[in-house]
Design a protein around this ligand. Sequence first.
Ligand SMILES: Cc1cc2nc3c(=O)[nH]c(=O)nc-3n(C[C@H](O)[C@H](O)[C@H](O)COP(=O)(O)OP(=O)(O)OC[C@H]3O[C@@H](n4cnc5c(N)ncnc54)[C@H](O)[C@@H]3O)c2cc1C
Length: 428
Amino acid sequence: MAWDFSTEPEFEAKLAWMREFVREEIIPLETLDLDPATFDRITAPMKEQVKEQGLWAAHLEPELGGGGFGQVKLGLMHEVLGQCRFAPGVFGNNAPDSGNAELLALGANPEQKDRWMHPLLRGELRSSFSMTEPGAGADPTMLSTRAVRDGDEYVINGHKWFSSNASIADFLIVMVVTEPEAPPHSRMSMIVVPTDTPGVNILRDIPVMNHPTHYPQLDGGHAEIIYTDVRVPAENLIGNPGDGFKLAQQRLGPGRIHHAMRWLGQSKRAFDMLCERAVSRETHGSVLADKQMIQDFVATSAAEMAAARLLTLQAAWVMDTVGAANARIEIGMIKYWGAKVLHDVIDRAIQVHGSLGFTGDLPLEQMYRDARAARIYDGPDEVHKATVAKRLLRGYTPVTVPTEHIPTRRDEARKKFADQLEAVTANR
Ligand SMILES: Cc1cc2nc3c(=O)[nH]c(=O)nc-3n(C[C@H](O)[C@H](O)[C@H](O)COP(=O)(O)OP(=O)(O)OC[C@H]3O[C@@H](n4cnc5c(N)ncnc54)[C@H](O)[C@@H]3O)c2cc1C
């Protein structure tokens, strides 16, 4: 199958529009301390412009109001949007709502789509994905929150945390054990729980590294929730009982492409700051750009970002051509490679700015704190590395003598070319 690195001119024009729009309209908002109402008032006309461009909620298929772009184009789009934390929201595809809409598009029935997904896409509702528990995260087979069928209802009991946006969400998609006797990956289901259902007790937004001291006003924080005898209609279950793990895998595949490309948008912004500082700051008789150690920062960052970009677009291309299930290795690689590149490029950008890089006068310190989480959320790096390694190792069989063992190969080669070697010896 052909591998084409070019972008269609029509989509390139859209990307150019997005680049300017994000730079001129959205990034300036970062510098203002806006309350949610003012933020909504300022961004409402921006969202209309995005809709006019046909770029609103572009992650879904056209019949659901999306662009039907496929993962490669969506990846390129997320690279632009990733530059600014407000941009995905203005384009109707901010996490976790975008992933939840994709999940509902995959697994929900028509009534559930009408009730939850379409309003989500129109930006009328907000959502949260409530899976991780204090006692279980990287290994979802250890989740213990239970939903027990009682007549036409499920009754949910359990303890979740890190449910991003839950404190501002209208509904939660909760991962629960409904089939405790089934094999580990078929025990769980996803159930939609309106946040105002009695028994949903949002204890707190957990203080975290990127929002250590206060509740973030514009994005909800990462909530800790106790579910106590929460009753929801059985029809709120998405897909079939036991489908939870399968749906979660499908939800997270495209999401990881988008994350990785947004990380590249962030990395590029940090890289631009690094380079600008390098050509501007004089010390010890020359600009930083003349120092070989700083040149190494520039060259290494550029190569790492280029590698991350190619890996990510390749993963997107594999998904578009042969489906997400066949892209597990590629998706795993971009998660741990992309998160590390993001961290390291921002770190170098901070370093070349010296004390200024450590201050809140530049966006780098916030970017650095955000970047640290990338190695943990959506599955920690180690789990993705293990998946990649296990899958790659499946292609190998144990041997008693290494295949490349030269003496063994020499003996085989001697046998293979015995006639010719004999003829040469005879002619000497
Ligand atoms: C900013 C942020 C937002 C999040 N948003 C959400 C959300 O919206 N909804 C939600 O449900 N969850 C969310 N999470 C939770 C996230 O998905 C989990 O933190 C993640 O899956 C890891 O689970 P854990 O924290 O329980 O770590 P644990 O499972 O306790 O793992 C701890 C560490 O052990 C190591 N480890 C684990 N497994 C292996 C292995 N197989 N091999 C080697 N080492 C291993 C890794 O270093 C890992 O970091 C969020 C987390 C963060 C930081």
